[in-house]
Design a protein around this ligand. Sequence first.
Ligand SMILES: *Cc1c(COP(=O)(O)O)cnc(C)c1O
Length: 426
Amino acid sequence: MTRDDALQLDAQDPLAPLHELFQLPEGKIYLDGNSLGALPKATAERVRRAIEQEWGSDLIESWNKAGWIDAPRRLGDKLAPLVGARTGEVLVADSTSINLYKVLHAALSLQQGQRKKVVSERSNFPTDLYIADSVVRAHGGELVLVDTPDEIPAHLDERCAVLMLTHVHYRTGRMHDMALLTRWAQQAGALTIWDLAHSAGAVPVDLLGSAADFAVGCGYKYLNGGPGAPAFVWVHPRHHGLSYQPLSGWLGHAQPFAFSPFYQPAAGIQQYQCGTPAVLAMTALESGLEVFEQAQKLGGMAALRSKSLALTQLFMDEVEARVPQARIVTPKESAQRGSQVSLALNGDLSGAAYAVMQALIARGVVGDFRAGDPRRLEAEPHLLRFGFTPLYTRFADAFDAVTQLADILATEAWRAPEFQKQNKVT
Ligand SMILES: *Cc1c(COP(=O)(O)O)cnc(C)c1O
């Protein structure tokens, strides 16, 4: 493939107009939308209006007049079609970590103490494991961590309460078969919790079709809600009114403005709200979600998925053809791949991944670095991570990123001292 071929793919791309909806700095190839999504152009104006008009002028009236109070549900409704949920089923609130705490407690309480084992992957995103560890301690349960996905079925037994997985793995980009694993878990009497941090807005998700039990996910990655944007939570309607989340704040009450001294949970997903929403952050996320309404007109998640697969395929093909020093860690089978590609460096270069990423960033190709497990670097190497957000990434971006990577490795430009210093956020 040549650069002209990549430009040709961009010229034929039906989703190309969406690129214009984002403010992307000239000369930068942004491949980190899986960590912090780019800024939609409409967001600054929306947030300015929320500050100056809604807050500055209308003040407290905006809770009703601007619909601040309904934002968690309104945003949830905008998000619902992206994850295969229906109107009224998704709530936007708090962070992914906090929502995970809520649903883990809820799921364990549904098992009524009969089953206490929570099964997850050792390489799951650490916050998921830390929260699960805390919750199983409170329930007197046990957290069982598998090293590879094929070990999961053996742990789906009569003691298993919850199977808690991240749908698309944050390190490798490997995607689980949600419907299949949910079925296996439920056949064993377990409930499922899916973390959609790297799925929502990146790959089609069908929570209802998979009959999943609970899901949480992130607002600042592929949903482009801005740094620290609120997260979301979904609970299958069959558990509404039966499962209880422990953060029983006033806005999850059936009648918050009755100011009753007694807690009575709201019906449905509303119970999963705890306190007052961060309205300015919600405003930015709402603008991010509205980009998907534009995308819907151009084919929606199905079109985004096919572009995402084409982008990651192009990137992997070019790496294989032009970067002999790297190997692809992400599954090559499209059904098992999310919207990112992770690379490890071969042999003596394996420890240079951080410096190589710094050198790439200095040249305007922004991905990130994820440290491997020092005790088992063979199985979990240091990674160069590249996220492909189909809303705004172009085929030429994927092509050019490989050109820079190949050059940095061939010239050993990464050896420069300024690339060796480790930052706080990698
Ligand atoms: C990004 C991410 C999180 C982030 O959690 P926060 O509470 O927003 O910090 C959680 N889980 C997974 C799998 C993630 O990828």
